[in-house]
Ligand binder design. Structure first.
Ligand code: MTE
Ligand code: MO
Length: 344
């Protein structure tokens, strides 16, 4: 059986990776174990069921062509996977009537997991994938056994799957609990993050102190604020809003700025060394004397094209964007940055 998810174009805020590229996001390897790979169905079942890798391989295999949408704004379309549909696998177990949610957990040092309502997981044609493009799934992309949830951001697809637990109530997954990733994760609705964790008054007090160092301020709204010389070293600032803010000489070293919004911000002389800026938007920002040494740039944008107007970042000979970190940029973004840097 072969199926294709129904959407052809890109969800809002996503860009295509270069042909043939597939970034590795999050954990890069499973935890070390001498145990052979297996998959257990547990929780709200009359009797837990366990499959060896060979048993999974000898079950009837289904094919599914999927589109990958990472929350850090890269997409990869038309990836052919095959394996066993969750529905077919669960048909081998005796589910109890209180099985309402399903948690997928992986062989991972941090017990990485994610969850969905059982109805949603089945409706989306969740696949226990063993192969991609006709080859066994590589260990770096979650092989030999990975779940694939089409139609959700890719963090709902855990690598190195070893347990499927049926649950009466939901339990937040690793990213959902640690990083505030949205528990529904529908890319067509741009459900990237849950609501911010700090209230407006706290945000204003912090903005006035200009000290964000080592704090968890996910989704903080500091747009249009004067934050010159801000100290945000080691801060967690996923999805933070700095649109139009004055961040001249701000320090963001070692901070997490995934999906942060720096559109039209003044970042002159700011220091991003070793920061995670995956999916961050720098369009229209002033990046003269800004230091990006050691940054992770997967999914980052330095220009946007809105209603045919081009909004580019100000990059010149003083911008520190070493060649060694440019490779993961989207093709068009890379071209833009190289052109600007080439003018030096
Ligand atoms: N075990 C495990 N599974 C994981 C993650 C992880 O860190 N550990 N990261 C998730 C995220 S955020 C994404 S985008 C995808 C990345 O898969 P890839 O590295 O094969 O591209 O895996 C998801 N599953
Ligand atoms: Mo992700």
């Amino acid at each position: 059986m072969s199926t294709k998810s129904q959407h052809q174009d890109l969800p809002p805020g996503q860009q295509l990776v270069a042909a043939g590229k597939w970034p590795i996001i999050g954990e890069r390897l499973p935890s070390q174990s001498a145990k052979p790979w297996s998959l257990v169905i547990s929780g709200c079942v009359t009797e837990p069921v366990s499959f060896t890798l060979d048993q999974l391989r000898s079950m009837p295999q289904s094919k599914l062509t999927i589109d990958i949408h990472c929350v850090t704004r890269w997409s990869k379309l038309d990836v052919e996977t095959s394996g066993v549909f969750l529905a077919d696998l669960l048909a081998t177990a005796d589910l109890q009537p209180n099985a309402k949610f399903v948690s997928f957990s992986s062989r991972s040092n941090r017990q990485h997991a994610t969850s969905l309502s059982l109805d949603t997981a089945l409706a989306l044609q969740t696949m226990i994938a063993l192969n991609v493009e006709g080859e066994p799934l590589g260990i770096d992309h979650g092989g030999p056994i990975r779940n694939i949830v089409p139609g959700r951001y890719f963090y709902k697809s855990v690598k190195w799957l070893e347990q499927i637990e049926l649950m009466p109530v939901d339990r937040l997954g690793y990213w959902e609990a640690e990083s505030g990733y949205h528990n529904q994760a529908d890319p067509w609705k741009e459900q990237r993050y849950m609501a911010p964790t700090i209230d407006k008054r706290t945000a204003i007090r912090l903005i006035e102190s200009r000290d964000f160092s080592n704090q968890d301020l996910r989704s903080i709204d500091a747009s249009q604020r004067n934050l010159e010389n801000l100290n945000a070293r080691g801060a967690s600032l996923r999805d933070a809003r700095f649109t139009g803010a004055n961040l001249a000489n701000a320090i963001f070293s070692d901070s997490n700025l995934s999906n942060a919004h720096f559109h039209n911000a003044n970042l002159r002389g700011a220091n991003f060394s070793n920061a995670d800026v995956e999916g961050a938007d720098f369009s229209g920002a002033d990046l003269r004397e800004t230091d990006f040494s050691g940054c992770s740039l997967i999914g980052a944008s330095f220009f946007t094209e809105e209603n045919k107007t081009h909004v580019g970042a100000i990059i010149d000979a003083t911008t520190i964007l070493p060649d060694s970190i440019l490779a993961p940029l989207f093709p068009a973004q890379l071209k833009f940055v190289k052109q600007k840097l080439g003018q030096r």
